[in-house]
Design a protein around this ligand. Structure first.
Ligand code: SF4
Length: 372
């Protein structure tokens, strides 16, 4: 079989294509799986002719609101190779299979992990991309069921690895786990990283997702294990209300006590969600400023949103163009983003009370005041 694997032309800048957040790791595992069956593989990152006329074309998908890029790829390859069978898998396909089939016009939609998780057993084929890190899954699924998250729908079965020792090939590991600390074997896995060397050099690691601080609170020793495993940029998820501030503060303290500096620690926050309004998000941001830690903000879009035309540089937009939660306004969304970025700069410069604009020191202004 000749199999063409396709990553659609997602709106990711060329220099970020190989960023660990966007690597089409599913396709790389499928590549290894099909190579093991003796198939010939080609990976196309975008819409361009293949090295061969494929028997099958497998197109991946990401966020539901990037569905139009999947459709563009299906159209492109249908025209180019009308005889080839086109299958779409990935996140959008798994969350909205009916929409995906009808909207993209593909021949088949594949939901969940490929070939019922069989491709999972294969190492990603890194020869198809040029990266200096390795993606690791030490677990699948998540035992929590947060209403804004699609993980537990896409990966309903929760599985944990006992070891990753034989998988380690790189000095830089990126965990793609949804809830890394939930793995009951996580301390052993971190110990393996602590003791590993590749090419006589130690191994560093980080996680694409935020850390579940409730687990950290139950077992603060985990923070020490993370630090010893050279875990970089720990990000605590704070999706709940301001009432949790003492708990989050405690989680930040646990990381600091383990040896992390303020500038190393991040708090992950979802905004533009009905559960918390602008005022409360500003209060949360203010707490992070007091603790001296940076914020990673994530603008919420509903799990079934099939488009998102938000333009960060636009002066204003309406809810016809992108999702604005009922208790948020376009102006508040833009103000909050600006406030986060400004505050992070101040934290990085170790000037939490101040900010710099064009080299001029200005007094820090909280986001409530910032919004006209
Ligand atoms: S803890 Fe994280 S991964 Fe798990 S369901 Fe909630 S948001 Fe999703």
């Amino acid at each position: 079989m000749k199999i063409l694997l396709v990553e659609p032309n997602f709106p990711i800048s060329t220099k970020s294509k190989n960023h660990s957040d966007f690597l089409p790791i599913g396709l790389l595992k499928i590549a290894s799986y099909h190579k093991s069956l003796g198939d010939t593989i080609c990976l196309n990152r975008g819409n361009l002719p293949s090295k061969f006329v494929p028997d099958e074309i497998k197109i991946t998908s990401l966020f539901t609101y990037w569905s139009k890029y999947v459709k563009e790829s299906v159209n492109y390859y249908k025209k180019l190779y009308p005889e080839s069978k086109i299958e779409v898998g990935g996140i959008y396909a798994s969350l909205m299979p009916e929409h995906c089939k009808e909207y993209t016009g593909c021949d088949k939609v594949y939901t969940g992990l490929y070939r019922n998780g069989k491709a999972e057993e294969y190492e990603p084929d890194y020869s198809l991309v040029n990266v200096d890190y390795q993606i690791i899954h030490a677990s699948r699924g998540c035992f929590r069921h947060c209403n804004f998250c699609g993980t537990w729908k896409i990966e309903p079965e929760v599985t944990y690895k006992k070891t990753i020792l034989k998988e380690i090939r790189s000095n830089k590991l990126i965990f793609y786990d949804n809830n890394l600390l939930a793995n009951p074997n996580i301390k052993l896995i971190l110990k393996e990283i602590e003791n590993s060397k590749i090419n006589d050099r130690v191994v560093f690691c980080e996680s694409q997702s935020g850390l579940d601080g409730r687990i950290l609170e139950k077992d603060p020793e985990l923070a020490i294990s993370l630090k010893k495993a050279r875990f970089l940029k720990p990000r605590i998820a704070w999706d709940g209300s301001i009432k949790l501030k003492e708990k989050i503060k405690n989680q930040v303290e646990i990381l600091k006590n383990a040896g992390y500096r303020n500038q190393d620690i991040y708090v992950f926050m979802l905004y533009n969600h009905n559960s918390l309004d602008y005022k409360e998000m500003c209060e949360k941001l203010e707490e992070c400023r007091k603790w001296g830690v940076q914020v990673v903000d994530c603008r919420y879009r509903p799990l079934n949103a099939t488009e998102d035309n938000y333009k960060p540089r636009a002066k204003s937009q309406t809810s016809k163009e992108y999702f604005i939660a009922s208790n948020w306004t376009d102006n508040q969304i833009r103000s909050f983003r600006k406030a986060v970025r400004r505050q992070n700069i101040a934290i990085r410069l170790n000037l939490p009370e101040y900010r710099y604009i064009d080299g001029v020191e200005k007094k820090y202004v909280s986001c409530n005041l910032y919004q006209k």
